[in-house]
Structure formats: structure tokens, C-alpha cells
Design a protein around this ligand. Structure first.
Ligand code: SAM
Length: 273
């Protein structure tokens, strides 16, 4: 086994819920190089020793940041956004005048999912009604949250999943990067938040996206996170999970929406609670 593997894997599991298996050991070498340099540690063994003898918040955070995967793209997987396109007008019509429709992009990475929702809502509802949405993006990684707030993406990032028309209408070119227009950025707020923490203070959401993060957790952690999401979901709300994720066998608080893949709602008992 690689030196330091046990300590690093233990830390990442304890802080983020992420299970690092030994076959992913190669990630340690490639991703932790900059962390070793920043903290003046000679090797993974030295890192493990520091984690044992003198653990510190900054070092632990840097290790977790380095080992989380932040892969994302605009309108990723398509289907959830097509479902939301149909659901948005109905969900908004149920809100009283002056009330906001709340959408949470949990584990949002660099923000493509949250901005995709803002673009879709503006297209479907029109710019004025879309302002009645409150979109929150959260992630455990401070680095990606800072990037999401900036709302600036490379040519490569905007080429992945973004229709050319959306690029032209929703972004402004700034040198080599494309920045989301201010009116769309104003619809979205980002904050750092761990899904393993109590998220009760965030309140209830009509729509929650929590995609491509449960895959990194073990079954008890998936259950814990799904039950937290069920508590934050409004009674008629919609939860979108990633294509490789499910609630089946993990919780009976959430049930699949019949005929849809990756779309879930509260189980009747839970919705009535
Ligand atoms: C692969 S990305 C998915 C991004 C986006 N949801 C999507 O599907 O395109 C996974 C994200 O989950 C975040 N993450 C991992 N563990 C987390 C945790 N315990 N709490 C909050 N975010 C977490 C990572 O920092 C990363 O940005």
C-alpha cells in the first residue's frame, strides 16, 4: 500500500464522506503534489506524519480540496433540465405573489448547474418571472465556490453542453474567458457547505439538484445525505440525482417519479409530515 494512503483516505472520508479505494492510490501522487509543495512536505509519508502529529485546518482542507473531483458542465445529462423545463411554470404558479421559488444546486462545483437553471428559467418563464427564483449553489470546496461566484468560464468549458445561442445571449466575452451576464449572476448565490453538516438553516427548496456526488460516498453516508435532502425538500418538490445514483435501497423518505429517470419526490408519508 502507498505510504500515507491510510491517513489521507481516513481524512477525506471523515471530512467529506468520500471513499477513496486503494485502486485510486495514483490520485494521491498526482493531486497532492501541490499540497506537499505548499506545506513544505517532502513526501506522502511526511504528509501522513503531519496529519497524525500536527493536523491543522488549512492542511486538512487543502488535502480534501485536492482529492475531490469537480467535473461539471452546462446542462449536464440534458434530461433533468428537460424535466425542469416542464415543471417550472407549475411550481412557480403554486407560489403566492411575492414568494420566491427556491432551487438548490447541492455540490455545485464551479457553478455550471446553477447557471444552467438560471438560463433555463429565464428562457421558460421570461426575464421578469425568472427574478422570482432564488438559486443557491453550495459545495464543500472553497476554491470551486469562489470560481462559481466569478461566473467566468474557459472556451473549453462553454463548449461542453452549452448551445451556441445560450452562449451568445447569456455570456459576455472577457479576453479568453466567457462571463455569465450580470442579470443571470444576480439570480444565483453560492456558499461553502458540507453535505454531511446540518443544512436545516438553508430552509426548504422546491427543487434540489444533487448530482454526481453520492457516487463518492458509502451506503450509510448516501442514506444520511438523502435523508437530509428529504428534510430540505418542499412537500411538492423535485429532487434530481445523477444518472448513476438512486434512492432505492437507501431511504424510504424519497421515491422515484414514475416514468422519469433520476427524478424523485417525497414519499407520501414524509410529504404529509
Ligand atoms: C463531480 S462534481 C459534480 C458537480 C455537479 N453537481 C454536476 O453534476 O455537474 C462533485 C462535487 O461534489 C463536491 N463534494 C464532494 N463531497 C462533498 C460534501 N461532503 N459536501 C459538499 N460537496 C461535496 C466536490 O467538491 C465537487 O465539486
Amino acid at each position: 500500500m502507498q505510504p500515507g494512503f491510510v491517513e489521507v483516505a481516513g481524512l477525506v472520508r471523515r471530512r467529506a464522506g468520500i471513499v477513496l479505494t486503494e485502486d485510486k492510490g495514483y490520485l494521491l501522487e498526482t493531486r497532492l503534489g501541490p499540497v506537499l509543495a505548499r506545506f513544505k512536505l517532502a513526501s506522502l509519508g511526511a504528509l501522513a506524519e503531519r496529519l497524525r502529529s500536527l493536523p491543522g485546518e488549512a492542511l486538512e482542507r487543502a488535502v480534501v480540496e485536492a482529492l475531490t473531483t469537480h467535473e461539471s458542465s452546462f446542462f449536464r445529462d440534458g434530461r433533468p433540465f428537460e424535466h425542469l423545463r416542464g415543471a417550472l411554470p407549475k411550481l412557480l404558479s403554486r407560489k403566492a405573489a411575492g414568494e420566491r421559488l427556491r432551487i438548490w444546486s447541492a455540490a455545485c462545483s464551479t457553478g455550471q448547474e446553477a447557471y444552467s437553471v438560471a438560463m433555463l428559467a429565464t428562457e421558460v418563464l421570461g426575464p421578469a418571472a425568472a427574478q422570482r427564483l432564488e438559486i443557491l449553489g453550495t459545495d464543500i470546496s472553497g476554491e470551486v465556490v469562489a470560481r462559481a461566484r466569478e461566473g467566468a468560464f474557459s472556451q473549453f468549458e462553454v463548449q461542453r453542453g452549452l448551445p451556441i445561442r445560450a452562449l451568445m445571449t447569456s455570456f459576455v466575452q472577457e479576453g479568453a474567458r466567457w462571463r455569465v451576464r450580470p442579470e443571470l449572476r444576480g439570480m444565483v448565490r453560492f456558499e461553502e457547505r458540507n453535505l454531511l453538516a446540518d443544512c436545516g438553516a438553508l430552509g426548504r427548496f422546491e427543487v434540489i439538484f444533487c448530482r454526481n456526488v453520492l457516487i463518492y460516498f458509502d451506503a450509510p453516508t448516501k442514506t444520511r445525505v438523502l435523508e437530509m435532502l428529504a428534510r430540505q425538500l418542499a412537500p411538492d418538490g423535485v429532487l434530481y440525482l445523477g444518472a448513476a445514483e438512486t434512492v432505492i435501497g437507501l431511504t424510504d423518505h424519497l421515491v422515484p417519479v414514475p416514468g422519469e429517470r433520476g427524478v424523485y419526490g417525497l414519499a407520501a408519508r414524509r410529504a404529509a409530515a
